[in-house]
Write a protein that binds this ligand. Structure first.
Ligand SMILES: [Zn+2]
Length: 276
């Protein structure tokens, strides 16, 4: 089984914030973690010599820009791993954000959106905070922002370090990862993390997800994965395990769905699950 590093294995930075907990990871990277919501979202601040790159802007409950600017004085390039609400909430605080070229999702972010009333992410019990909350969950919204598309192969030059865009569709059409080949780091977004992988959302495509994982397993199994939910660090060999898991469940699903259609099922594996 691939090794995981949990936040409980790490010591947080001494930086008090009502929403974010900050951890320094090997390779001049900060994990900006949101421990007070069950999604356990993680955004990453990656430091170069001339620029910093912020991968994702979180749920939009805390002020991620203020936290990032306490950690670096460098100008910040913002990239979204994809457009789901829990990764784009503070986009509006920045001049522009970069998203994989996908006109429909670009339009969505440029217009802004809200979750549907009653969404489980907005329920009181989704938050791990005592009463009273200092914000109103139902007011949560993704405010409009300016999006500049990026594409597979674009390099973000931070001065002394280069991050390469890897298209990773499947969980969502606009999924991207950032690879730092020199340090063998892969920032995985929502495509890969130790926990339930969502291949069942309306914008998910399980077969495409499997193809993406297969490609990633071929290229990045020797890398260290910095993931966007639950635990920050996972060993790259997890990609091989997820690849095998996808092959198995898609085969099973094909067998089961012959004749009758079935809803999403959670398939459990060692250290992760897949909902498809
Ligand atoms: Zn997502």
């Amino acid at each position: 089984m691939a090794n995981v590093i949990q936040f409980s294995d790490l010591i947080p930075e001494n930086l008090s914030d009502s929403w974010f907990a900050v951890y320094r990871l090997p390779g001049e990277v900060y994990a900006l973690y949101e421990p007070h919501h069950f999604q356990d979202v993680i955004s990453y601040l990656i430091l170069g010599k001339e620029r910093a790159l912020l991968l994702d802007t979180g749920m939009g409950i805390g002020n991620i820009r203020a936290v990032a600017e306490r950690l670096t004085k460098l100008p910040i390039t913002v990239v979204n791993s994809h457009s789901h609400f829990d990764h784009v909430g503070d986009n509006w605080r920045f001049e522009e954000v970069r998203l994989l070229n996908c006109p429909e999702k670009t339009a969505l972010l440029e217009k802004g959106f809200r979750l549907k009333p009653g969404d489980p992410n907005l329920r009181r019990e989704a938050f791990r905070l005592p009463d009273p909350l200092w914000f109103e969950p139902k007011d949560l919204q993704v405010r409009a922002c300016k999006v500049r598309p990026t594409m597979e192969g674009e390099i973000f030059e931070l001065g002394g370090r280069r991050l390469r865009v890897v298209a990773a569709p499947g969980h969502s059409e606009d999924g991207l990862m950032l690879a730092e080949d020199e340090k063998r780091l892969l920032f995985t977004g929502d495509t890969v993390y130790p926990g339930p992988l969502y291949a069942h959302r309306t914008d998910s495509r399980p077969e495409l997800y499997r193809d993406t994982i297969r490609r990633l397993a071929g290229e990045f199994s020797e890398y260290t994965l910095y993931c966007s939910h639950n635990a920050p660090v996972w060993e790259g060999k997890a990609l091989r395990e997820i690849e095998k898991a996808f092959e198995r469940i898609l085969k099973e699903k094909r067998k089961k769905s012959r004749g009758s259609s079935c809803g999403p099922i959670e398939y459990h594996f060692d250290g992760f699950s897949i909902i498809a």
